[in-house]
Design a protein around this ligand. Structure first.
Ligand code: M6R
Length: 613
């Protein structure tokens, strides 16, 4: 949450700061700001605005400087307002310190009291402002900007990435990271920093991923890195594989739309190693997997939001196909619960970003309980989550910019299905013939995804009927119950229509009381062994005057009737059916949001990477 950028450019850094913020806006978008240092006047100039980066751009249009920092905010401490927008400043003793910050300072209350006692006056409600005053106090005591940030970093608790400039050192930018990502982009005689590679890609492909507790100093002469002990350190640069195109909208109206339509390619890329192999092997999950996976006795999957829904689908697969006991838990609950961890447990964490604070903390918590075997399924190769696990599987969905997760979800499912096959094979539950059949089905999956996407025009028509509704129910059974949950999350997230998902069998235990003509009921209706049970549940809805929207398999014997809209998709896809059934639900939420005119890619109150608890 929140995005930070900074630069020492050869010429004017402001266009990069604005462009970088626009690319990071998906991380937070309730206010934005920038600060630049003027070497001639020893002044810091600052511009801040509530709302989008485009507004800041208007304000900052005439500013010019080689050195600057900038920020796009997702409010945690203090309402979205100009006074709470970053950069925050501390002025006095003839100089000014300015900071941008991503993350949370947990001991900010105590620090604020301490700094106030030293005479510092606070101008915002943020936790960030303590950093500016703390660094200012150290500089007033004679430390350099670098030494002050190094000292302050040790005093600040929480997870953060920060970047600072000071008016009395107008050729120096100091940045630090602790638990939040920060990268340096290396240009030709110029340097950039950002919390995410997508902000750097237009300037350079050569990037340095900073390590935990690193502090860096950028000057016109170059980059210096200091490790957690304050010792000078070397960090290797990498050439980013991210392409500028992959973060552009192209012909699409929204990133969510682009990402929905990229799913076929994203799944194909994720499954490339699997599809090219003649048989499934544990090595798909890393070099150590052949040693670790055979020892696994049970599985615990931890994740949040959409990634939790992927985990919930996987539970059905792992138990039914691989016969291995699997539990799934919301990461934010698990991390604070006293739980029992049995020997031989494989803890799987799933995350698109690999930076979700609760998921990272849940993984660390599991390690404190003695968990030895860990696997992360993640879409960002350099993320903290990938680094924290023994085994890893990278989904290759490409950057996902829309806040509503789509292609990350289906690629996570592709990865989890692959894991299911690996575990089933290790446990002698996957005869060679069945393995070959399932591999063939996996190879055909991208084509099936493209085919399902053809339902868009029909979904678009259905979307009109949701626009004036305030509530909706999503129903599914078995492995499609988490798909109903994902459909409901998508709808509420971007259209702000209240949506609840239920296992269809639960309807009569309470939620049926809600059903009336104003409550559309969406049903996920694959032609599986539960279809007759589901049909009975849907009858219960019709009998109460509820309007049904049923996404059925083509081979399902269900027909539209008054109050019952049935859309036929493909023939039943067996075990892979959940991956196909989520697609019309993504399209439905997208088109409802379009009809309602909400901000599809940046829904209110949300941000893409949830790096705070
Ligand atoms: O990056 P992660 O997969 O760890 O993110 C988890 C959730 O924050 C995320 O899936 C969220 O629920 C999405 N916005 C849903 O569309």
């Amino acid at each position: 949450m929140c995005g930070i950028v900074g630069a020492i450019a050869r010429d004017n850094c402001v266009p990069f700061l604005i462009d970088g913020l626009k690319r990071l806006e998906y991380r937070g978008y309730d206010s934005a700001g920038l600060a630049i240092a003027q070497p001639d006047t020893h002044a810091i100039e600052r511009a801040r605005s509530v709302g989008r980066v485009a507004e800041l751009e208007q304000q900052a249009g005439s500013l010019r400087a080689r050195l600057g920092i900038a920020h796009t905010r997702w409010a945690t401490h203090g309402v979205p307002s100009e006074r709470n927008a970053h950069p925050h400043m501390s002025e006095g003793n003839g100089f000014t310190v300015t900071v941008v910050h991503n993350g949370i300072i947990e001991n900010h209350d105590e620090m604020r009291r301490d700094l106030q006692a030293s005479g510092y006056v606070f101008h915002s409600d943020t936790d960030t402002e303590v950093i500016a005053h703390l660094v200012h106090r150290h500089m007033s005591g004679g430390l350099s900007l670098l030494q002050s940030v190094q000292t302050a970093s040790g005093q600040l608790h929480g997870a953060f990435a920060i970047a600072l400039i000071a008016s009395n050192t107008p050729d120096t930018l100091v940045a630090a990271r602790k638990g939040a990502p920060l990268l340096v982009g290396i240009g030709q005689g110029e340097w950039f920093i950002a919390s995410d590679a997508s902000a750097l890609i237009t300037q350079t492909r050569e990037m340095v991923y900073l390590e935990e507790s690193d502090v860096i100093c950028l000057q016109p002469t170059g980059l210096s890195v200091y490790d957690r002990k304050g010792q000078a350190a070397q960090r290797k640069s990498v050439i980013s594989q991210l392409s500028a195109d992959s973060v552009e909208l192209g012909p699409y109206q929204h990133y969510m739309q682009k990402e929905i339509f990229e799913q076929s390619g994203a799944i194909a890329a994720t499954l490339e190693m699997v599809s090219n192999a003649s048989a499934i092997s544990p090595q798909l999950f890393g070099a150590e997997a052949a040693d670790v996976l055979p020892k696994v006795q049970q599985i615990l999957i931890l994740a949040c939001g959409t990634s939790y829904h992927a985990a919930s689908v996987a539970r059905y697969w792992l138990e039914s196909v691989a016969g291995i006991q699997t539990t799934v838990e919301i990461a934010s609950e698990y991390r604070y619960r006293d739980s029992v961890c049995l020997p031989g447990t494989l803890v799987i964490t799933i995350s698109q970003s690999g930076e979700t604070a609760d998921t990272l903390a849940a993984l660390e918590h599991s390690k404190t309980l003695g968990v030895e075997y860990t696997l992360s399924i993640c879409n960002v190769p350099e993320s903290a989550l990938i680094r924290a696990s023994k085994l890893k599987f990278l989904t290759r969905a490409g950057p996902e910019i829309g806040v509503a997760s789509t292609k990350a979800f289906t690629t996570q499912l592709a990865a989890l299905f692959t894991l299911t096959l690996v575990m089933a094979k290790l446990r002698q539950r996957l005869p060679a013939e069945h393995e070959a059949e399932l591999l063939t089905e996996l190879r055909h999956l991208p084509a099936a995804v493209s085919k399902v996407l053809e339902c868009e025009p029909e979904v678009k028509q259905w979307a009109q009927r949701f626009a004036d509704k305030h509530h909706s129910l999503f129903l599914g059974r078995g492995v499609h119950y988490p798909i109903a949950m994902e459909g409901a999350l998508k709808l509420k997230e971007i259209s702000y229509i209240h949506a609840e998902a239920y296992a269809a069998g639960e309807l009569k235990h309470g939620p049926l009381a809600l059903v009336d003509a104003d409550m559309p009921v969406v049903a996920v209706a694959p032609n599986d062994t539960l279809i007759e049970k589901l049909k009975s549940n849907l009858q219960e809805v019709s009998a109460r005057g509820g309007e049904l929207f049923v996404f059925a398999d083509r081979d399902t014997k269900m027909q539209s009737a008054p109050g019952v809209h049935v859309m036929k998709l493909l023939d039943h896809a067996g075990l892979l059916s959940p991956i196909l059934h989520v697609i019309p639900l993504q399209l439905l939420s997208y088109h409802v949001a379009l009809v309602k005119g909400t901000d599809v890619d940046k829904p209110r109150n949300l941000a893409k990477s949830v790096t705070v608890e």
